[in-house]
Design a protein around this ligand. Sequence first.
Ligand code: FAD
Length: 402
Amino acid sequence: MAKPIGSGILLQPTGMRVMKELGLLESALEYGQRIDRLYGHTDRHFGKPWKFSQQVHKCVLDLQYKYLGEGYYGLGIHRGTLFELLFNQVSNIPNINVKCGMEVCKIEENQDSARLYFKTPEGKHELLDQYYDMVIISTGTHSKLGNFENRLAKPYEFGSLWGNAIDNTGYSNDRTLYQKYRNANKMSGLLPIGKCISSPKDNLVSIFWSLTQKDYMEFQKLSRDGIDFMEWKQSLVDFWPSLEPFISQITSKDQLTYATYNDVQMSPDNWVTDRVVTIGDYCHGTSPQLGQGCSLAFVDAHVLNQCLEKTPLYSKQAQSNYSLKQALAEYRDKRMSHVIGYRLASRILTPFFQSNFHSVSYMRDIVMGPLCNIQPARWFMLRTLAGIQSGWFDTFDGKFFD
Ligand SMILES: Cc1cc2nc3c(=O)[nH]c(=O)nc-3n(C[C@H](O)[C@H](O)[C@H](O)COP(=O)(O)OP(=O)(O)OC[C@H]3O[C@@H](n4cnc5c(N)ncnc54)[C@H](O)[C@@H]3O)c2cc1C
C-alpha cells in the first residue's frame, strides 16, 4: 500500500545521518528546508493566568540546534518528497520487486521461511507464491497486522489537523519551526518544508492545528467552504495572527487532513521472532510532539541492515555461523535503550502540549522558557530534540554509524 501522504515532517540529525548513508541527503537538503530553531510562545497573562491576550508574548520553548555544535540542524521536508527519494532509490536496485497497492493481511512463518497473505479487492485473503527468508513489519502506528498479540496501540485523545500552503512571505527564511500554545488544549505550528518534488516551484509551509477526536467530529459538520468554515478559519487567525497568510490559502475543508496517533505499547521482547522483525511506528509509535518518529524509524532500518550484513543471507563473505535469529536479537538489543527513552519522553511531554490538564500547561509556561537558557537543562532538551539522547545519560550520537 505504498502511497505518499503530504504533511510536513521535521527530520532530526539522526534521521539525516541515515539519509547520508543512503546517498540521499544532498537531494533531501536541496528540496527540504533547513531548520535551526524551535520556538514556541503563549499569550497567557501571568497576572491573571486564566486570561489570554494578544498583547502578551511569553516564550515557552526556544531551542537552537547550534548550541549542540556545528553541523547540527533539522530538516523540514514534505512527506511526498521524502517518499519519492526513498522509493526511486529502491526502485533502481536490481532484484527488488516492489509491489504497490497491496494490503498485507497475514504473515506466516515456519522454520525455513516466511510467507505473506494479501487482501484482494474483493476482501479475500490470498497467499503470495513467494517464500521469504524474513519479513520486516513497518506498517506504522495504525497497522492491523496482528502477528504480535502483545502489541497495544492506544489512541491519543488529541490528533492534528494539517495542510500545506505556499510561503509568499519569506517566512521560511527564519529556518524556524514556530508554535503557539494556549493552555494545553490549543496549539498550532508552522513548519517550513521547502519544495515538493512533484511541483518544485514554491516553498511550502505546513500548518498544524491540534484537535481532539471529539472536536474533529464537530469540524466535520462544517460546510466544505461556506461561511461557517470561514468563521472557523478566522478563529484560528484570532488565536495566532501569524497563521493568516497561510490559512487564507485554505479555501476548502478538503485541503486539510486530520491525523491521529497512538501510543504503541510493545515490549522489545516482542519486536522480533525467528523470521519477522518490526521497525518504526509499528513497534514504538508515539505522539509526534518531539518530532522523532521518522528519524527513529530511519535509525531502526539502518541498525537492522548493519546486523543483517553479518549473516550469510546477505553476503557470501559474511560470518557463516551468524544466524538470522542472532542478527534480529542484536538489532533489538541495539535499539532498545534509544527507543524506550524517546517513548518515555513522549509520554511525559505530550500532556504538556496536547491535553486538557491546564495546571500542567501553567507549569510549562512558567518553567520551560527559562530552562531553555539554563545549563544543563538546555543541553538535555536540545539533545532530546536532536534525537541523540539515549536513556538518561547515554549518547546515541554516532554510535551506530561507521
Ligand atoms: C500530524 C503528524 C505530524 C508528524 N510530524 C512528524 C515530524 O515532524 N517528525 C517526525 O519524525 N515524525 C513525525 N510524525 C510521525 C511520523 O509520521 C511517523 O513516526 C513515521 O511516519 C513512522 O514511519 P513508519 O515507516 O514506521 O510508518 P508510516 O510512515 O506510517 O508508514 C507505514 C506504511 O505502511 C503502509 N501499510 C499499513 N498497513 C499496511 C498493510 N497491511 N499492508 C501494506 N502496507 C501497509 C501504510 O499505508 C504506510 O504507507 C508525525 C505524524 C503525524 C500524524
